[in-house]
Every structure is written in C-alpha cells, then in structure tokens.
Design a binder for this molecule. Structure first.
Ligand code: SF4
Length: 78
C-alpha cells in the first residue's frame, strides 16, 4: 500500500484524490489517508503530490514510518 506522511498535515492539497482510480484516499481532520486494503498500488498518486508526502510503504523515510500505522488506525477508528 501507499502511505501519506507528514508533509500532508494541515495542507491537504487533494491532487492525489483526483488521480486515484479506486477512490481510496480519504480526508481526515488534518491530513489525507490512503485505505491500506483498498489501495491497488498503482502509484498514480505519488508523483502528483506537490509536497511529496506519498510513499510506497517500504520506501517511506524512517522518520515517517509511524504514518503507516496512522493511516491504518484512521480506518480502524471509522
Ligand atoms: Fe490510489 Fe493508486 Fe495511490 Fe493506491 S497508489 S492510493 S490506488 S492512486
């Protein structure tokens, strides 16, 4: 799955939402989240993010790895 990290916080550009073919990017209070089960790993969202907040899960920079769990927890709490 792809993961949205810190640069999205309080920005929520939403360019990625337009690109996602399966509409699996959802809006939270302070950032957007990718549904880990619905994402088909197409990668379309990653290059359109103006602040490079989106990463393939294994490529997420070390300091932003916790965002993987933040994405999962967002959907657990729904
Ligand atoms: Fe949507 Fe593709 Fe991005 Fe997954 S990788 S969130 S399916 S655009």
């Amino acid at each position: 799955t792809y993961v949205i990290a810190q640069p999205c916080v309080d920005l929520k550009d939403r360019a990625c939402v337009e690109e996602c073919p399966v509409d699996c990017i959802y809006e939270g209070k302070r950032m957007l989240y990718i549904h880990p089960d619905e994402c088909v790993d197409c990668g379309a969202c990653e290059p359109v993010c103006p602040v490079e907040a989106i990463f393939y899960e294994d490529d997420t920079p070390e300091e932003w790895k916790p965002y993987y769990n933040a994405n999962v927890e967002f959907f657990n709490d729904l």
